[in-house]
Design a protein around this ligand. Structure first.
Ligand code: CA
Length: 672
């Protein structure tokens, strides 16, 4: 049979006038005829490739024919075999063979409405260079040694999330990573790297372990389109532009031309993070695709995208398209994709980009499915509860926006921009300060932040991601510089410590951008998504130069893990916070910190934030109190420093005091 792949290098544009418009497609997909006949309920789309054979299944309800092409190579050469697929129920096309086709590349030629298109497989689990052809993969052959023994560490008492980009992590030469692994998944398997290989100052995984964070959130690591996988190593992008949702990005692998390599190397990264005590969160961008001309669009025109009733293409993502999460097959796709990453790659949580473009029903379904499989709340789910612009969500679906938080499961979290902006000032209005950098009138918002905004529709602190920096917007250090132009480095360092101590003593799940703890700078840049890697990379020299600040973060993190009153994620947690007092620039409140026990010897906390330029007096209550943290030292809790009656809090600092519980309630063995 003559393979048709060579005859359609370009689609014939002249047919546009006879083709259905987006609105006509949309009407068709909403019709009972379509919805009764073409929703496929199986979960075997894509390629299944085992020792007993290989099966190809594609959902393309409007295709008149589908032809499969097989290739030896992921991006070069002609098909060595092609075969028509057979139409089955519900718009599914199928072909299978007893041959083991592991490592064979493929794509499809579809005839839809008189037009011929080439497409890779939207359900692909592997692909060739730049994701342009899919690859049949026997996943068992991609498991690194010991993968069957890979387990996430026990769920920690508190979840402290560190946002990290694969390339930024190991790019800088001072990190001491082997040259060939710099910027790659493999860098995470290097577990004894030191600053310029000095053998003294840990970088990489050991540095993270020492810091005490519990979760590493990997910025997009599915296959994205903005970096040429055959291009220069210096090419950089954050990667919020998905091409193949169920395949790892190739530019982070040592060999993007062989589809199995990126899979194994990403698994090795996860395995190493697990082995060193971290859980792994994946950043997922189901709200839009790199281009509207996607595999979705080529195999099911307009099914996976939103269109306004006047024909305008929905662009709530500000990236040119919005994925229609509310449509049955699309919802199914996203749900199955999440389950695939947990099952095949042992992913422990998901951060949903522009979650406000996805619908509440889907988010709750994902939550339930993960709870059913892995136990309630075991996998973390949270996202950005906003969109960049209006979206054309259909059929009365409700968007997972901040205003709808009450409709989301209590274990679906949202980035809390209110806490972020209250602490250090608006992320969008860069000159505007917050509480720590001197804005007046923020005291009430800060107390709300401490309570994780209970009473505003938020069910529990499990719904709140408490943070002041992320990859978007200026780094904390740059924001402080912007809002306090007269402050010297020492003063800014003081404000940085204060900002950290404020949000790390608020309820909710803690989150920060990698390098916040060493005063990371992007020279004031707000949006560095495609800025040079030289600007974006983690500067390991800086991490050691600003070691004092890192130590302050380390102490805060270690202390946090011992304070159940702040870690509590239950609906009652806000009730632990009381006795709040506020005057301009000064806030204090108490925290019921019970139970005292093995990790905790203080039954009550008193927390004071002083953003004013003057020392202020502190009232210490009855009982025996210790200073746990001051504006200078976050390790005081280890040093048994009594809190005296009539003590003072320094300007622009935080003071955490703890009342010693009765001796029988606490176990002091670990404090010796
Ligand atoms: Ca890619």
């Amino acid at each position: 049979m003559n393979c048709p792949s060579q005859i359609l290098a370009s689609n014939s544009k002249g047919k546009a006038d006879i083709m259905k418009t987006a609105l006509e497609w949309k009407k068709y997909y909403s019709s009972p005829e379509f919805r009764n006949n073409y929703i496929y309920s199986g979960n075997d789309l894509g390629v299944s490739c085992t020792d007993s054979g290989t099966s190809f299944k594609l959902w393309s309800p409007s295709a008149d024919s589908v032809t499969l092409n097989l290739y030896r190579d992921g991006n070069r050469g002609k098909a060595f075999f092609c075969v028509p697929l057979k139409r089955e129920e519900a718009g599914v096309w199928h072909w299978s063979t007893a041959e083991r086709l592991h490592g064979v590349y493929y794509d499809y030629i579809l005839e839809i409405e008189g037009e011929t298109v080439r497409s890779a497989d939207p359900w692909a689990k592997a692909c060739g260079l730049n994701g342009q052809r899919s690859m049949a993969v026997n996943l068992e052959l991609t498991d690194p040694e010991g993968w069957d023994m890979d387990r996430a560490p026990e769920k920690p008492r508190e979840q402290i999330i560190y946002e990290l980009h694969v390339k930024e992590f190991s790019w800088d030469a001072s990190g001491g990573f082997p040259e060939k692994y710099r910027g790659k998944y493999k860098a995470f398997t290097c577990t004894d790297t030191t600053l310029n290989n000095d053998g003294i100052h840990p970088t990489g995984i050991r540095y993270l372990k020492d810091l005490g964070v519990t979760h590493v959130q990997i910025m997009p690591a599915y296959d994205y389109g903005s970096v040429n996988e055959a291009g220069k190593d210096t090419e950089f992008n954050w990667g919020y532009d998905p091409v193949n949702y169920n395949v790892p990005e190739g530019s982070y692998s040592t060999d993007p031309e062989h589809g199995e390599v990126r899979i194994m190397e990403m698994k090795e990264m996860i395995q190493s993070l697990h082995a060193h005590g971290f859980r792994v969160i994946m950043d997922v961008v189901y709200n839009h695709t790199y281009s509207l001309d996607s595999w979705f669009q080529r195999t099911a025109p307009w099914y996976f995208y939103r269109v306004f009733d006047d024909g305008r293409i929905s662009n709530g993502s500000a990236c040119g398209n919005d994925v229609a999460s509310e449509r049955e097959m699309c919802a199914e796709y996203i749900l199955e994709s999440v389950l695939y990453w947990t099952e095949e790659y042992h992913i422990d949580g998901f951060r949903f980009d522009l979650m406000g473009l996805l619908d509440v029903d889907l988010m709750n379904r994902i939550r339930r499915a993960l709870d059913d499989r892995y136990g309630k709340g075991e996998k973390l789910i949270f996202g950005e509860p906003w969109a960049a612009a209006e979206t054309a969500m259909e059929g009365g679906a409700v968007p997972a926006l901040k205003k709808n938080i009450a409709l989301l499961d209590e274990n679906i979290g949202m980035f809390c921009d209110d806490t972020r902006d209250a602490v250090k000032g608006s992320a969008l209005k860069i000159k505007r300060p917050g509480f720590v950098n001197g804005a007046p009138g923020k005291e009430a918002d800060i107390i709300q932040s401490a309570r994780a905004w209970k009473g505003t529709g938020v069910k529990a602190p499990s719904q709140i991601i408490t943070y002041v920096s992320a990859h978007d917007n200026q780094t904390l250090w740059d924001k402080l510089a912007e809002t306090m132009p007269g402050a010297g480095a020492e003063e800014r360092m003081r404000l940085n410590r204060m900002a950290a101590a404020v949000y790390m003593t608020c309820q909710g799940t803690l989150f920060f951008l990698s390098g916040e703890e060493f005063a990371r700078t992007k020279n004031g840049m707000e949006d560095s998504y495609n800025a040079p890697i030289a600007l974006n990379r983690l500067d390991w020299e800086q991490a050691w130069k600003n070691r004092d600040l890192v130590e302050y973060y380390r102490g805060l993190i270690a202390l946090r893990l011992r304070l159940p009153g702040l870690c509590d994620k239950s609906a009652d947690a806000a009730g632990r916070i009381g006795n709040e007092q506020k005057s301009e620039g000064l806030i204090s409140f108490t925290v019921d910190n019970q139970p005292a026990g093995e990790y905790n010897k203080w039954d009550y906390l008193k927390i004071i934030y002083n953003s004013s330029g003057a020392a202020r007096s502190v009232v210490v209550g009855e009982g025996e109190w210790e200073i746990l943290c001051s504006g200078e030292d976050s390790w005081l809790w280890k040093k048994h420093v009594p809190a005296k009656k009539g003590m003072m809090i320094e300007p622009r600092s935080v003071l955490v005091l703890g009342r010693l519980a009765e001796r029988e309630e606490r176990t002091e063995k670990i404090w010796a």
